[in-house]
Design a protein around this ligand. Sequence first.
Ligand code: AMP
Ligand code: ZN
Length: 137
Amino acid sequence: MTDCVFCKIVAKQIPATVVFEDGDTLAFMDIGQVNPGHVLVAAKAHCENVYALDDAQAGAVFRAVARVARAVRAAFAPPGLSIYQANGKPAGQTVFHFHVHLVPRHDGDGMNLTWPVKNPPREKLEEYAAKIRGALG
Ligand code: AMP
Ligand code: ZN
C-alpha cells in the first residue's frame, strides 16, 4: 500500500532498525521506545489488522513474536514484558498495518492499561461464549 509507513519500511523505502526478518514478518525497533528494547513485529504483507491475517501469516507472526521476545529477554533482562496489539482506533491503533508490540517492562515505568472488570455472572459468560462459538464456523 503506497501511503502506508510500515509497507514503506518493508520495501526499504524509509529507514528502520531491523532485528529479525523472515518470509512473512519483519521485526524492527519502535521509533518511540516506551522502554529500551521496544520492538514491533509486523506482517510483511499489508494487512490492516488481525482480521486480515490468513492462518499462515498468523502463525508466522506469533512464531516471530515468541522468538524475538526470547531475544529481548536475553538482551535486556527486563523484569516484565508486555505484548500489545491494537485493532481499530478505540483500541489505540495508530498505524493501520498489522503489528505486535513487545515492550520490556519495569516497576513504575508509567505504562498503564486500565482494566475495568465487570465480573458478570456465569450465565453472561455462557451467553457471550455461545455467540463467539456460533461465529467460529
Ligand atoms: P499502534 O498505536 O499500536 O498502531 O503503534 C504504532 C507504533 O508505530 C507506535 O508505537 C509508533 O512509535 C510506531 N512507529 C510509527 N512510525 C514508525 C517508524 N517509522 N518506525 C518505527 N516505528 C514507528
Ligand atoms: Zn502497510
